[in-house]
Design a protein around this ligand. Structure first.
Ligand code: ADE
Length: 235
């Protein structure tokens, strides 16, 4: 998979690309990430890429010309083009799975007050990472890229995805590692029992409990097995 990021601030990606799992995925040739500086495409003699909004209002808007020329320089028939903006669809694990099927993903990052709205018809999808406004789409593009990269084949163990939060419509159960006893706070004994069926039941019950407490909206959308309904009725 190849991810191309169109931004005015490519330097923001230096540590993202050079750290931990993302760095390893690049070194193993599982993914390729390139950043293109939108400013390199401006035709303005002072290198400006923004201007004031028609109709008035605060702040500056990115102009369509450098953004579109930048997009046209890297898009091909296999590219899937995403624009990051607060007006977009809220990003979810399911959307990450859909996007990860494309072999070339282009993410356009708006900055300042965003981009001239005429850009919208050149993109496949507009995505927001949450109901808040960032200074630019760069952090959003890293969030989206990170979520896509970690579910790309060969980046992390396939097994790691199975019980993960959101994969089965529930939040993940709590996990523990050594030491067994930390200042008197001990790991639940069932996890040391070696009894796989009891461990599965314990984890399912904990998943349901934490989802009910923190994200009851997820439970409203989900269908339950008989076992899950029995657990829920006792919570
Ligand atoms: N740009 C500014 N705010 C944003 C958000 N919440 N999601 C995606 N892009 C953004």
């Amino acid at each position: 998979m190849r991810i191309t990021i169109l931004t005015l601030f490519p330097e923001m990606y230096d540590s993202f690309i050079n750290t931990s799992i993302i760095k390893r995925a690049i070194n193993k040739n599982r993914i390729e990430i390139e950043c293109i500086n939108i400013r390199d495409f401006t035709k303005d003699k002072h290198n400006h890429v923004d201007d004031t909004p028609y109709g008035g209002g605060a702040g500056m808007l990115m102009q369509i010309q450098p953004v579109l020329d930048c997009l046209n320089s890297c898009r091909n028939e296999n590219s899937y083009v995403i624009l990051t903006a607060p007006i977009g669809k809220i990003f979810k694990q399911k959307i990450a799975r859909e996007i990860s099927k494309h072999e070339h993903i282009i993410i356009i990052c708006g900055h300042y007050e965003g981009i001239d709205a005429r850009i919208n018809k050149y993109v496949d999808e507009i995505i927001s990472i949450g109901d808040y406004v960032l200074t630019g789409g760069e952090l959003a593009s890293m969030v989206i890229s990170d979520a896509i990269i970690r579910i790309t084949d060969g980046v992390i163990l396939e097994q790691s995805h199975e019980d993960e939060s959101f994969e089965n419509g529930l939040l993940e159960y709590p996990q523990y590692t050594k030491p067994y006893d930390y200042n008197g706070d001990v790991v639940p004994d069932v996890l040391l029992s070696g009894h796989h069926e009891n461990i599965r039941k314990f984890r399912l019950s904990e998943s349901l409990k934490i989802t009910k407490e923190n994200r009851p909206d997820l439970l409203e959308k989900r269908e339950f097995t008989k076992e899950e309904l029995d657990i829920l009725s006792n919570l």
